[in-house]
Design a protein around this ligand. Sequence first.
Ligand SMILES: Cc1cc2nc3c(=O)[nH]c(=O)nc-3n(C[C@H](O)[C@H](O)[C@H](O)COP(=O)(O)O)c2cc1C
Length: 626
Amino acid sequence: MGMMGEDQVQNRDKRLKVFKEDYMDWEEEEEFEEDMEEIDGEMGICKNTNSPFYYDQVRCCASFVVSDALEPDFPIIYVNTVFEDSTGYRADEVLGRNCRFLQFRDRQAQRRHPLVDPMVVSEIHRCLNEGTEFQGELINFRKDGTPLVNHLRLMPISEDGIVTHIIGIQIFSEANIDLDCSSYPVFKQSSSNKPAPFNFNSPTSELYTDNSQHICPILQLSDEVLAHNILSRLTPRDVASIGSVCTRMRELTKNEHLRKMVCENAWGQDVTGKFELSTRRLGWGRIARELTTLEAATWKKFPVGGRVEPSRCNFSACAVGNRLVLFGGEGIDMEPMDDTFVLDLDSADLEWRRVKVASSPPGRWGHTLTSLNGSWLAVFGGCGREGLLNDVFVLDLDAPRLAWREVAGGGPPSPRSWHSSCAVDGSTLVVSGGCTDSGILLSDTFALDLAEERPRWREIASSWVPPPRLGHTLSVYGKTKILMFGGLAKSGGSLRLRSCDAYTMDLEEEEPQWRQLGAAGLTTAGPPPRLDHVAVSLPCGRMIIFGGSIAGLHSPSQIFLLDPYEEKPTWRILNVPGQPPKFAWGHSTCVVGGTRVLVLGGQTGEEWILNELHELCLASSPDGDM
Ligand SMILES: Cc1cc2nc3c(=O)[nH]c(=O)nc-3n(C[C@H](O)[C@H](O)[C@H](O)COP(=O)(O)O)c2cc1C
């Protein structure tokens, strides 16, 4: 950029802004391309002796692309006709997409083609993150699958110090590769593919050598095979550990592309998708580290506008994507409420909005609200005007017309309140325990697959069940596993005590069984017994517990962490700076993307105040995330 005059930059930026607003029409295109060529000529692409590009080619057959750098994932806003001819993709097929589709040979492929050098991709990623120029060579594919060598140059365009657009210039040439015969990898071996220079100071480096100092076979693999076939299958924590083994492993594990794959494998694409914005600033390594060590966890407090009226307690709240939904509750004189409020976390001003929803479920409190299938919410049970309920209502928040729909679901659990629920595998609502009209505590567990055409309740008949309870939590980890914690549990005779026991069940087993975590209970000092607390499952399968009703002087905001995958799970205390809420109740807490825990309703005496919320942020969020 150094050789372009300021006026030219401004002119070009103005033109690019026009693109953004109403994509260019084809007459303007030619003029624009001429401008661009002029500017590029003056920028001296060919004069740069380090450049792998040659000016004649840029002039006559360079394809180019413009991307919007202010939108997530650099969507394409313009391609020229050379791009269309060279790649076989029409402009209307690619506008709005990120240019990485050229790295996929088959449109159905889940991963980029192995011939695409991951090191080059991660270098592109780094340059885009840092707003610097990139020049390099990588394999791309035409729409018909033909491999091409792409001599790619990416140039950031800035306005007031902010990168607003990226211009990509591609010179495509034939790739003389026979895809049927080529063995992977075919791109040039990086210098570090040679047996790595060992850092013998590293305490573990001997693991990789035998007694006669021969290199362990694993280190004779190329960088690409090590990265793609081995390291990408490890957990973020293992990748961090292996990175400390020797210099070469450190270099390999620093690769952003690899780190992204590792996070995707460990947490799934739903979760990693939510980090795309943060990782532009922080990088995948940092996000993985923060969620593993929880070193960035902080409490924050936010004011919220709007009103949830009439005032109430014992409502139930839940996060659906970036929206918080509150349903029902107990109003003055034990009035059961049936209204729905939404708080949009993406809006600049946080504000409760009462939404009109057709065919509302009967008013209630002590019910559960569960988020399923991305945009659905399910209400189950609770205490209504006529007594306890066992009905299920579902609301699709993305539907054009909002309406609660009752799900008939034969053979339901008995009516109850203060039970617990969770969503397993996206669409199965699981309900356990709670309290009957006559005050009897329950210990049963039921599941209802709402993706079925005619959902039917199914009792999960475990041969052993935890003592009956209410006010406990059910959280999901590893997709199909449930962890039950705490609650007010029956403890022999008519005695009921707060519990601090944890139980797990894997619904994928043929005959799922409840098991106590840690055969004789968890040995280390864990969370004090409690009910109506908050339980959050983290993307990596660990759990945190806080809040609820606790006896004595214990602090409800003290956070406890548990990894149910450990051979002998132990509780750890997590010290989190910031301003924690005074109270945190499970039914008034929403978990967004597994990394943000929003606690609604500070309480003063009898009243619940919904005009502030506390957030436990588990990873650094991009500025203005809230
Ligand atoms: C303007 C622009 C043009 C790009 N052109 C190409 C291209 O021609 N071929 C390619 O493989 N990647 C291209 N990229 C890079 C990819 O879009 C993407 O940024 C890269 O794969 C790294 O990101 P990822 O690791 O998230 O995939 C381009 C990026 C930008 C911003």
